[in-house]
Design a binder for this molecule. Structure first.
Ligand code: SF4
Length: 399
């Protein structure tokens, strides 16, 4: 396919595809799917080899959130029946983190529900980061605490946070339909604050919320412009008890196309296969390793993932290897920019963001761009298990 040859060439050169090319990836047929995966896999291997980075989530504070993000089981008014608890003590969080590190994770993601941290919350997280780094100084710590206020990013950086996560989630045009208690611009601002403070930015999306192909391409192009170092790709888990409970829109094939599109648009960025992988990719998960170079080990914030040892076996069986703590995840040019405190991530200051010339693309891609994405996915509520182990319980974590 000319389209795929063009996208591979551009990905190897870190050149931005056109919107039409990105849309065309989403419009490919099931007959073309393996060709799409193989093409995006070449780009993945160029920048990340066959390495898979493992990340481990620790939910520091669960539920009880005053915000109304429709996709979230921790939202105001959620009746999902998730674990609800307030801040874990630093030693509890560090114990949970240690289980993930022992399982092979090189990054620990400390997440707290809520609109954003108070200064007292930043103090708590500071003590938690210290406790984790005392146990293992090499582990990368990413904080995910919501919207940041002035000075908080600098305080987290000084406390030893290597990265900050705040997802854009969906396109600017549809953001107001998903959340009303804060704005898309608030989210962009927090990612930029984290970058300006010298933290590695992690920002991604949630697919499957009823968005169009054009929305997906919009949010991924916005992410490319924002230039985070890692892009988590979540697939909506339609929790019973949330407004999006009926949105079963994804098939394994569509999930793979979305990951391929993200890889082509963000070729040298850590693309992380995140929440919903077991629910939506199901037995196709190993193919996704040809596209993403990073996954979460074990459980998610409020739902259970597959067993940590099944994650490790899948990586090995698919011919990939777990990335060691002594290996730098990012390609040299990105790692150097981060180490040099290059704050110009926004606006493409560090990466080549040139728009390539328009290529011929299938008409279907353009015609369908503004329509709701085609094809409902199978309803698999049987695969959605609310987390009942690990942080906030007496049971050992899954790692
Ligand atoms: S995504 Fe975060 S801010 Fe939104 S409802 Fe969930 S916990 Fe609250």
């Amino acid at each position: 396919m000319d389209l795929l040859n063009t996208l591979v060439d551009k990905g190897l050169r870190r050149e931005l595809p056109t919107r039409e090319e990105a849309l065309a990836v989403l419009a490919t047929s099931d007959d073309e799917l393996l060709d799409v995966v193989a093409a995006a896999g070449k780009v993945r291997r160029k920048w990340f080899g066959r390495r898979v980075k493992l990340n481990y989530l620790v939910n520091l504070k669960s539920g009880l959130c005053p915000e109304d993000c429709s996709y979230c089981s921790q939202r105001l008014g959620s009746t999902t029946g998730i674990l609800k608890y307030t801040w874990l003590k630093p030693e509890e969080a560090s114990q949970a983190a240690a289980a993930g590190v022992a399982g092979g994770a090189k990054r620990v993601c400390l997440v707290a529900s809520g609109r954003g941290p108070t200064d007292r919350d930043v103090d708590r997280v500071t003590r938690t980061i210290e406790a984790i780094k005392e146990q293992n100084e090499d582990v990368e710590v990413c904080a995910c605490l919501g919207l940041l206020s002035a000075g908080q990013a600098e305080r987290l950086r000084a406390a030893g946070a290597d990265a900050y996560n705040h997802n854009l989630n969906t396109s600017e045009a549809t953001y107001g339909g998903i959340t009303t208690t804060h704005t898309y611009a608030d989210r962009v601002d927090t990612v930029q604050q984290a970058q300006a403070a010298g933290m590695s930015a992690c920002s991604g999306l949630i697919a499957g919320m009823g968005e169009t192909d054009a929305d997906l391409v919009d949010v991924v192009f916005s992410l490319r412009e924002l230039d985070p170092d890692s892009v988590p790709v979540n697939f909506l888990i339609p929790f019973e008890g949330t407004p999006l409970a009926k949105e079963w829109n994804l098939t394994p094939q569509r999930a793979l196309r979305i990951l391929a599109m993200v890889r082509f648009v963000c070729p040298d960025v850590e693309v992380r296969l995140a929440g919903g992988r077991e629910v939506h990719l199901r037995s196709m998960q190993p193919l996704a390793l040809h596209l993403a170079n990073s996954i979460f080990l074990g459980d998610y914030l409020t739902s259970e993932g597959q067993e940590g040892k099944a994650d490790l076996a899948m990586i090995e069986d698919a011919g990939f290897e777990v990335e060691g703590a002594d290996t730098t995840t990012l390609p040299e040019h990105r790692a150097d920019a981060l180490a040099g405190g290059c704050g110009g991530h926004g606006g493409g200051g560090c990466g080549p963001c040139g728009d390539g010339g328009a290529e011929a693309v299938p008409e279907t891609a353009v015609a369908e761009a503004g329509a709701p994405a085609a094809g409902a996915g199978e309803v698999r509520t049987d695969l959605v298990a609310v987390r009942r182990r690990g942080a906030g319980t007496d049971l050992p974590p899954n790692a």
